[in-house]
Design a protein around this ligand. Structure first.
Ligand code: AMP
Ligand code: ZN
Length: 466
């Protein structure tokens, strides 16, 4: 019998609506699943706030000596837009006349680039939905065999929501409260038995791209089934922490829980943790509001992309943030000041006092990821004359293993290797020649060499990744 490892990190669990200690059920390391990007457009800084949550958790656990394994999916098929009921990738493909898989690979590569610019440690696996079809078909078949799913009159396979009595525990939306007529899930009128049932597999109909063969004919998977399939397969049947933005509570996570638990007969996800949304200059960030900001925009404004990371850190993950250009500029100035001070403070001198400060800062982090309190403390420590410079250096470096603001960076220009410089030049040429396949390839190669490319209408620029 394995003894679970209960860590000292507590996080707010959406299902029990309480703070719960994060626990590694295998007694060794945390198994974490985070819903990833739908790769039909650039990730905006709101999406990135949610993606940072996993990194902050992993780094905080590491600070207390606990290992973790993170899996984040890439949604490249099956995510339907709410208004048009079209696959988001195919809609983008129709608009741009570019192959949907080419679009997906391009934005996937940009997503990794953005993560690198924000100092986010890569997950262990980034499984793609389009490459996990068999996994999903197996799950759907099991659900059908046991009577939790059925073939609808339109040839699509639906989950029978009423077969899962505890539906509603994640979001609070009980089946009895879900009224017919609400757009829970798109389906052909009348094909489902019950209005809150959702599609696990959709019949292809007239669709010819991004379709696969299945026991029920050609079709494509529903959005929720991919996260059940990938979380169960990649994390060995138990998920200690499941992460995502707050909007995913319903229907995405509610439906995922029903699918996963029905297949296994167990509570697959021990803890659901949701990050709150980001607003920009007072309004929800969206294309229609015209206030979408990308990491590239922050770099193009001459700011260190890590200033975005500091803005996120200075707010609790489960509070909304209203980001502004002023707060980004202020964070940029703070990072520059801390880097300068750290270089002046010099080598770290561990002492009983500095170790005890680090221990109390770690305790703050462990309390529901108290990054806000730690940032306030760092500012106080910076000014505290009773702490020696070497002790300050020791404390700041220890916390930077979680904050990851690259505080030891010394700004040196012209530090490129000849290989980096040559690839940068080749990439600029490929981009100018509109050879996007080659320029994407070169961007990926440069990322491996710790150079993150930033494209803007003015041309290509780059950031050196620490
Ligand atoms: P998507 O690429 O649209 O599937 O979204 C990826 C992630 O970003 C999901 O976990 C969403 O919940 C999250 N998300 C979307 N909008 C925001 C926002 N404004 N602030 C924070 N997270 C968001
Ligand atoms: Zn998901």
């Amino acid at each position: 019998m394995t003894t679970p490892l209960t860590t000292s990190l507590t996080l707010f669990d959406t299902r029990s609506r309480s703070l719960k200690p994060v626990t590694a059920s295998n007694g060794e390391y945390l198994r974490i699943y985070s819903c990833g990007p739908t790769v039909y457009r650039d990730a905006h800084v709101g999406n990135l706030r949610t993606f940072l949550l996993g990194d902050l958790i992993v780094r905080t656990l590491a600070l207390s000596g606990v290992r973790s394994e993170l899996v984040q999916n890439i949604t490249d098929v099956g995510h339907m837009s709410e208004d048009l009921h079209e696959d988001k990738l195919l809609a983008e493909s129709a608009a741009t006349k570019i192959d949907p898989f080419e679009i997906a690979r391009d934005y996937e590569s940009k997503f990794h680039n953005d993560l690198a610019l924000l100092g986010i440690t890569p997950a262990k696996h980034y499984p793609r939905a389009s490459e996990s079809i068999q996994m999903m078909l197996d799950l759907i078949q099991t659900l059908m065999d046991q009577g939790s799913a059925y073939l609808g009159s339109d040839g699509s396979v639906y989950f029978d929501a009423q077969s899962f009595p505890s539906y509603g525990e994640v979001s609070g939306n009980k089946l009895s409260q879900l009224l017919p007529g609400h757009k829970y899930e798109y389906s052909e009128e009348g094909a489902k038995r019950f209005h809150a049932d959702w599609a696990l597999w959709k019949a292809a109909g007239n669709r010819t791209q991004m379709v696969w063969d299945s026991p029920w004919g050609m079709g494509f998977p529903g959005w929720h089934i991919e996260c059940s399939a990938m979380s169960i397969s990649y994390l060995g049947g138990a998920v200690d922490l499941h992460l995502g933005g707050i909007d995913l509570r319903f229907p995405h996570h509610e439906n995922e829980r029903a699918q996963s638990n029905s297949v296994s007969g167990e509570e697959i996800v021990a803890q659901w943790v949701h990050g709150e949304h980001l607003l920009f200059e007072g309004r929800k960030m969206s294309k229609s509001a015209g206030n979408v900001v990308l990491v590239h925009d922050i770099v193009a404004a001459g700011l260190d992309p890590l200033s975005l990371r500091l803005c996120f850190i200075e707010n609790r993950y489960r509070s909304q943030i209203d980001l502004t250009w002023d707060s980004l500029h202020a964070a940029d100035a703070t990072i520059k000041r801390w880097r300068k001070k750290l270089s002046e403070w010099g080598v770290s001198t561990p002492s009983i006092q500095s170790e005890s400060v680090i221990a109390s800062l770690t305790t703050l982090l462990m309390n529901d990821l108290g990054t806000v309190d730690v940032a306030i403390e760092l500012r106080r420590i910076e000014r505290d004359d009773s702490i020696s410079l070497g002790e300050k250096a020791h404390i700041f470096r220890a916390i930077d293993s979680v904050f990851a603001l690259d505080l030891d960076r010394v700004e040196v220009k012209g530090e490129l290797t000849s290989e980096q410089a040559a690839l940068l030049e080749e990439r600029a040429a490929a981009r100018a020649a509109k050879n996007y396949a080659r320029s994407d390839e070169l961007r990926d190669q440069l990322l491996l060499l710790k150079i993150a490319i930033v494209d803007s209408p003015a041309g290509q620029s780059y950031e050196v990744i620490p």
